[in-house]
Design a protein. Structure first.
Length: 348
C-alpha cells in the first residue's frame, strides 16, 4: 500500500477569499488526488480551513502551507498559521508563474492557480517563513510610510511649481499646496523622530544601525530600511541570495550565435531595498575611494553610467550583509592594509 510522505496545501489568496488545493506525494513518487475548497479570508475562515485539513489529511505527516506573497492580503493568514505552529512557506509570485508555465494546464483561474502553488510545494523544497521580529516589523511600517509621504510631498511640490508657473496663478490653490506640503513635512519629521526612538529602544538594533552607518553614503533611514526589509538579515543565507531578494541579480538571454541579449538586473525582488540603495551609491562613488574605483573601472569598460551605479548599489548591499554578520565597522583603509600585508608576505 502506498504511503503518504508529503502533504502541501496550495493557497491562492485574494482580498476576500482563499482558494485552496490539497496535494499529496507518496513513497513511490506518485502524486495524490487534488482536493479543492474555498474559504473566507478571515479568522473564522482560517479556523474552518484547519478543520477541513484535519479531515482530509494524514495526521502523521505535517501539512506545509504554501502561498504567494500577494501584497498584504496573505499576512493575516501567515501570522495565524505560524501562531498555530503550522509550517508556512511564502513564495514570490514570479517563481510560481514561471513554474506554472511548465504545467500542462493553460487555463488560468483561482482554482488552477492554487493547483500550481500546491504542485510547486510538492516538487520543490521551499524555505519556511518566520514571523518578523516586532521591532523590525514596526521599522518596516515606518520606513514604508516615510517613503509614501516623501512621494506625496514631491507630487505636491511639483503641483505648486506648476501653479506658480501659470500665466495667472490661483492664489487659493497655491495656499492649499503650501498647507499640504507643510503637513507632509510635519508628518515626515514625526516618523523620523519615532524611528530614532525605536532604534534606540533595542540595543542589538542600535548596534546594527551604527555598523551600517559606517558605510559611506548610508545613514539612519537607509540602514533602517535595509534591516527592516530583511528582518535583520535573519532569513538571508548569503550575499547572492540577498542580491536576488533585492532584484539586483543579473539576468542574461544568450542562445546560439543569433541571440545576444544585454545583461540586465532582474528587478524581481524587493523594490524598497533597490530604491534605498540608489542615493547612497551615488554619494559613495563621490566620497569613498573603493566605490569610486569600482564605478570608474566599469565606466571605462562599457561607458554606461547607470550600469556602473547599479553595480555599486549591489556591492554596497552585499557589504552591509558582511558588516552585520561579522559585526565589524566599514574600514576605508581595508584595501591598503590588505595590499601592504601581501607585500610583506611576498617580501616585495
Amino acid at each position: 500500500m502506498k504511503k503518504v510522505v508529503k502533504q502541501v496545501l496550495g493557497i491562492d489568496v485574494a482580498q476576500k477569499e482563499l482558494v485552496v488545493c490539497l496535494a499529496t506525494r507518496h513513497d513511490d513518487l506518485s502524486d495524490g488526488v487534488y482536493n479543492h475548497k474555498i474559504f473566507v479570508n478571515s479568522t473564522d475562515g482560517f479556523g474552518k480551513m484547519l478543520k477541513w485539513i484535519e479531515k482530509n489529511t494524514e495526521s502523521t505527516v505535517p501539512v506545509i502551507y504554501v502561498m504567494e506573497a500577494t501584497g498584504v492580503y496573505h499576512e493575516s493568514l501567515a501570522y495565524y498559521l505560524t501562531n498555530k505552529q503550522k509550517p508556512v512557506s511564502i513564495v514570490l509570485p514570479n517563481k510560481i508563474n514561471s513554474y506554472a508555465k511548465t504545467l500542462t494546464t493553460k487555463t488560468v483561474t483561482d482554482k488552477t492557480a492554487s493547483e500550481a502553488i500546491a504542485q510547486f510545494g510538492i516538487d520543490r523544497q521551499t524555505d519556511l517563513w518566520q514571523q518578523p521580529t516586532p521591532v523590525y516589523r514596526k521599522m518596516k511600517q515606518l520606513t514604508r510610510e516615510h517613503d509614501q509621504l516623501v512621494f506625496e510631498r514631491t507630487m505636491a511640490k511639483n503641483q505648486l511649481h506648476a501653479e506658480k508657473a501659470e500665466g495667472i496663478s490661483n492664489q487659493s490653490s497655491i495656499a492649499r499646496c503650501n498647507k499640504r506640503i507643510k503637513m507632509l513635512d510635519e508628518q515626515i519629521a514625526e516618523i523620523r523622530i519615532e524611528l530614532v526612538a525605536l532604534v534606540k529602544s533595542e540595543k542589538n538594533v542600535a548596534n546594527s544601525v551604527r555598523l551600517l552607518c559606517s558605510v559611506p553614503g548610508i545613514g539612519l533611514l537607509t540602514a533602517s530600511i535595509i534591516l527592516a526589509e530583511t528582518n535583520g538579515f535573519d532569513l538571508i543565507r548569503n550575499k547572492r541570495q540577498l542580491t536576488s531578494y533585492a532584484g539586483l541579480d543579473v539576468k542574461e538571454h544568450i542562445s546560439g550565435t543569433s541571440v545576444h541579449g544585454k545583461p540586465r538586473i532582474s528587478k524581481r525582488g524587493n523594490r524598497f531595498l533597490r530604491k534605498a540603495m540608489h542615493m547612497p551609491s551615488l554619494a559613495a562613488t563621490r566620497h569613498d575611494e573603493r566605490f569610486k574605483a569600482i564605478y570608474h573601472r566599469l565606466i571605462s569598460k562599457h561607458g554606461i553610467k547607470m550600469k556602473a551605479a547599479v553595480a555599486v548599489q549591489r556591492k554596497m548591499l552585499e557589504m552591509t550583509f558582511t558588516i552585520c554578520k561579522s559585526k565589524t565597522q566599514y574600514d576605508k583603509e581595508y584595501l591598503k592594509k590588505t595590499a601592504a600585508a601581501e607585500m610583506l608576505q611576498t617580501g616585495a
